[in-house]
Design a protein around this ligand. Structure first.
Ligand code: GDD
Length: 316
């Protein structure tokens, strides 16, 4: 069985490659752009096959997919940082929506019989009323960022290609996920890296934060990629699934938990540049549909995830 991972050098992509290899019985192919940083997959050298491709280039996307002819495609490549989508909205929309369109068109034109998972996002829900929590898949989508809109675009394109061409596409709306290798722009990894730097005396003992009042439903990335795999193994084509731990954590609490794991005396300061034009205030998902279809449940407690992230940065 051949699995192709777009975005294999990224955070979730590299963990998914690990999972496929641990599971066995899967030849893993990963798409990389020529200037991608490959540190997340250095340990996989010789174990997975890398193919060079920029998804914004339709011709090369089609050629590469035709050459591999994968059974499963995990489409994880994306511009995934919400604040960047305000600074670079065109880039975010083109990378996310057109990049995915090129994958779909490639599979359609070469008549590839494969199953495709697309990484959609809880950011699509945006503003959610308290009475709508926990959020089910049929909740209205009210995105609050260009990133959220790009993910709605990917999501609906997945629906449309399934309906129009009967392609086996499964949309996973992943809620926040974190863990080792998470780039230090995302909240828990950002805080953990600042703490590790302070412990090493590499910066003054002040941690800079953004909006601590927001809350998110966090899953460990290793549980998340297992869910991605299961979505293609056991999920129903054309369906959309929330994937989340069904627990809500205030960002202030995430900060406190990380600070409690350190002996350093650290002052907390808000950095106005970390505040967003509009921030999704609260996300709490309902994952019963995915659980019912696949039997998945998260296994790694959030406390362990946070300790692992802090360890990761301490070792670096
Ligand atoms: N990054 C960051 N840095 N976020 C902060 C900070 C900070 O210093 N302080 C507070 N926050 C708040 C943000 O305002 C947001 O409310 C929350 O922490 C989480 O921020 P991120 O980790 O940047 O993630 P996100 O929720 O915006 O988006 C992530 O989750 C989505 C799924 O819901 C990303 O991984 C997306 O790619 C993903 O789709």
């Amino acid at each position: 069985m051949k699995a192709l991972i777009t975005g294999v050098t990224g955070f979730a992509g590299s963990h998914l490659a690990d999972y496929c290899l641990e599971r066995g019985g899967v030849d893993v192919y990963g798409m990389v752009r020529w200037r991608s940083r490959t540190e997340n997959i250095e340990h996989l050298e010789g174990k997975i096959k890398l193919v060079e491709c920029d998804l914004r280039d339709a011709t090369s996307t089609r050629d590469v997919i035709d050459e591999i002819r994968p059974d499963y495609i995990f489409h994880l490549a994306a511009q995934s940082f919400v604040p960047t989508s305000w600074r670079a909205p065109t880039e975010s929309l083109v990378t996310n929506v057109i990049g995915q369109l090129n994958v779909f068109e490639a599979a359609r034109k070469i008549k590839l019989d494969c199953r495709i998972q697309i990484a959609c996002s809880s950011e699509e829900y945006g503003i959610v009323q308290e009475s709508e929590m926990p959020i089910k898949e049929e909740n209205p989508l009210r995105p609050l960022s260009p990133y959220g809109v790009s993910k709605v675009g990917q999501d609906l394109l997945g629906y449309q290609y399934h309906m129009s061409y009967h392609m086996h596409i499964i949309r996973t709306r992943g809620f926040n996920h974190t863990g080792p290798r998470r780039p230090p722009v995302f909240v828990a990894s950002d805080f953990a890296k600042q703490i590790a730097d302070i412990e090493k005396g590499r910066r003054e003992p002040v941690i800079y934060v953004g909006n601590l009042e927001a809350s998110r439903d966090f899953t460990d990335v290793r549980d998340m990629v297992r869910a991605y795999f299961l979505s293609l193994d056991k999920g129903t084509s054309g369906e959309v699934y929330n994937i989340c731990a069904e627990k809500n954590w205030k960002i202030r609490r995430v900060l406190d938990m990380l600070l409690e794991m350190s002996d350093a005396k650290i002052e907390v300061k808000q950095d106005p540049s970390r505040l967003r034009p509009s921030d999704v205030p609260r996300l709490l998902g309902d994952c019963s549909k995915f659980r019912k279809d696949t039997g998945w449940k998260p296994e790694i407690p959030f406390e362990t995830t946070l300790a692992d992230i802090l360890d990761y940065w301490r070792q670096r």
